[in-house]
Design a protein around this ligand. Structure first.
Ligand SMILES: [Zn+2]
Length: 650
């Protein structure tokens, strides 16, 4: 692997001129959807399996100016078919676009206005619903209904004020279930759930500040008590640029922890692309040097190369084509993000535009069973010089030629600068190319819904929901319950503040910090096991904690019980006690705990005498390995202490 240039490990974002704006989308907790009477719920897999399915082809509406948007054109050429699952309990004719939208949910508007007021934004006089063109099939109508409800607010951060440009109320998109063989399957239950979208000004200048802004806004929204919680109910889009780069969009960061990493990685990629541009210019490469290259069929050269990828492709009757990239040697191997090179960028374009698996480039060869001899044979066929590079693409001829055209355009653009892209965030915090950025002409008025006047009555209702400033709530939690600032912040972000406060007052043996951990770190552990805390009803979570508390089960016992409840999908609090009995969980009385402790001490007397006063943790470890999950550790500690003091004092 050759790489001529290296991007420094740590970058000074200030000096790069990093500018970030966030678009935060939050689902609201309302009794119905934004434009119909359906409940805003997601249905189970079982219900989806039984629900009717409808197939539709993409409709691309021209804008008022008669232009077809570049993002729309991209989608059309992919030729995908969309299938919609319509569960009767969570969708109606409105979601299917067979019936006009109903009145906007007043409840959603009030919550949206409350969030806007909390962000010091000025509500509009009249709410005008607009149609925003959607090209990925995630809406049956081909557009999303969206309405600005307030403008020009701000949020305070420890780095300074960050402007809020708009607060918008909009309908959520359909839920993507799967994609295979050019068919994308969406469920209509999520379509139309009310969302509030908060767009900040590009006033954010570091990854850490972005995290703080997202956290503060997230807490503020949750403090209204009127927003949904759990994975996927809040989504962040990022707009980002550095000096000399265009504004890049990154879609759908669901986990807040990932936000700073995604921003740092994307800034790094942009910096790297500018370095590549400068290097190509230094080498005197002209865009037309790339555009004038012709793909060359090298199928015959690689027929016997022994590469498995090539062999299985040839068995399918596919072809292998190579394209020379003049003076690109070493460029394709430059690492822009961890594990992602400039070659990966080209491969993303191939994947997204043609559906092929990607490409192989000369900076990564020899590899994949293509040895040095075969590399040389390709170089000879392409009449390559020392500084030249090549890519090969494998697949059906028409797709391969299309792919290489796209590679040519992208590579030629590297000399000019950075393309305006919409990207997606990967789970590891890197980003990948999704599609070209849509142009500006994508909105037009929704004529089915008359403008809504924002009356004093609406504003007064909204004012009642405006929460106190997040910092105030944070201090209150720290002072009242002795939580660390970090844990207090996490509880506010979790959306379980009220449930937590009630339990903190009611529990006898569990400390507030311990109870708070259920909604933060324990929720994270459960997620790794495939259990979403947000899918367990609050009343059931409450009952589990109260039962574990009254039975002195300790944290381990509580977590084990919560896991069982989640796995079995328990929805009614009364079932918790039944489950406890069925599982044979019995509280240990003080006498039996003391007996266990005595037994451990008697069995290990020599070790205990050798350790002296330090024997405590030794004995604790032994006892807890027998009793874990059945009794509170604090209680055991007290008894161990008592029993040990008998030995050492006596
Ligand atoms: Zn409906």
């Amino acid at each position: 692997m050759k790489a001529a240039l290296k991007i420094p490990k740590s970058l000074d974002f200030q000096r790069l001129g990093l500018k970030v704006g966030l678009e935060i989308h939050q689902q609201l907790e309302t009794s119905r959807k934004l434009f119909c009477e359906c409940p805003p719920i997601t249905v189970s897999h079982e219900e989806l399996a039984k629900a009717p399915r409808i197939r539709r082809e993409l409709r691309v509406a021209k804008s008022e100016l008669g232009e077809i948007d570049v993002a729309a054109a991209f989608e059309v050429q992919r030729g995908r078919v969309f299938e919609y699952i319509a569960p009767p309990s969570a969708s109606c004719l409105v979601e299917l676009d067979e019936e006009p939208p109903h009145e906007m949910s007043r409840e959603a508007l009030v919550i949206g206005l409350a969030i806007a007021l909390a962000l010091h934004a000025k509500p509009v006089d009249e709410v005008h619903v607009m149609r925003k063109i959607v090209v990925d099939g995630s809406n049956t109508t081909g557009f999303q209904r969206t309405a600005i409800i307030a403008m020009n607010g701000y949020v305070d951060t420890s780095f300074g004020k960050v402007g809020i440009q708009t607060v918008t109320l909009e309908e959520d998109a359909a839920r993507k279930i799967e994609e295979h063989d050019n068919v994308v399957v969406y469920a209509l239950d999520r379509l139309g759930i009310p969302l509030v979208e908060i767009s900040t000004a590009p006033d954010i200048h570091s990854p850490e500040q972005a995290k703080e802004v997202a956290e503060t806004i997230g807490i503020l929204m949750r403090l209204t008590g009127k927003v949904k919680r759990g994975l996927g109910t809040i989504r962040q889009d990022i707009n980002l640029s550095i000096s000399g780069s265009p504004k890049i969009e990154i879609k759908g960061v669901q986990r807040l922890e990932l936000l700073p990493k995604v921003i740092a990685n994307e800034a790094r990629r942009l910096y790297g692309l500018l370095m590549i541009r400068d290097e190509l210019r230094r080498r005197n490469v002209k865009p037309n040097d790339v555009m004038s290259q012709k793909p060359v069929d090298v199928t015959d050269l690689l027929r016997d190369c022994g590469s498995r990828i090539v062999r299985s492709a040839l068995q399918r009757g596919e072809r292998v084509y190579a394209l020379k990239l003049p003076k690109f040697d070493g460029i394709l191997g430059i690492e822009l993000q961890e594990g992602r090179r400039f070659g990966t960028e080209l491969a993303d374009y191939v994947k997204q535009w043609t559906g092929l698996k990607g490409l192989i480039h000369s900076d990564e060869l020899p590899a994949y069973g293509i040895t040095e001899d075969y590399v040389q044979a390709i170089r000879d066929r392409l009449e390559m010089g020392n500084l030249d590079a090549f890519v090969i693409v494998i697949g059906p001829t028409n797709k391969v030629l299309r792919a290489l055209d796209i590679v040519k355009e992208r590579a030629a653009y590297a000399v000019i600068g950075i393309p305006k892209e919409t990207r997606a965030a990967n789970d590891d915090g890197t980003t990948r190319y999704m599609r070209p950025q849509p142009g500006a002409a994508r909105m037009y008025p929704e004529t089915d819904i008359p403008p809504i006047v924002v009356t004093d009555e609406l504003l007064n209702e909204a004012r009642k929901l405006v929460p106190p400033p997040p910092t105030e709530e944070l201090t209150k939690l720290v002072n009242t319950y002795g939580l660390s600032r970090d844990l207090a912040k996490q509880i506010l972000l979790s959306g379980y503040l009220r449930v937590f406060e009630d339990l903190a007052k009611e529990c006898r043996s569990f400390s507030p910090s311990m109870i708070a951990s259920v909604f933060t770190s324990v929720a994270g552990e459960l997620r790794k096991l495939g259990i979403e805390l947000s899918e367990i009803p609050d009343a059931v979570i409450r009952e589990v904690i109260l039962v574990a508390d009254s039975m002195n089960l300790g944290k381990d016992g509580l977590v084990a019980l919560l896991m069982e409840v989640g796995k079995r999908g328990v929805k009614i609090p009364e079932k918790v006690r039944e489950l406890v009995e069925a599982l044979g969980i019995k509280p240990l009385d003080l006498e039996s705990v003391r007996k266990e402790v005595e037994e451990v001490i008697n069995n290990h007397m020599n070790e205990i005498m050798a350790r002296g006063e330090r024997a405590f943790s030794f004995v604790m470890g032994k006892v807890m390995s027998r009793l874990r999950g059945r009794v509170d550790g604090k209680l055991v500690a007290k008894i161990v202490m008592e029993e040990l003091s008998k030995i050492f004092k006596g």
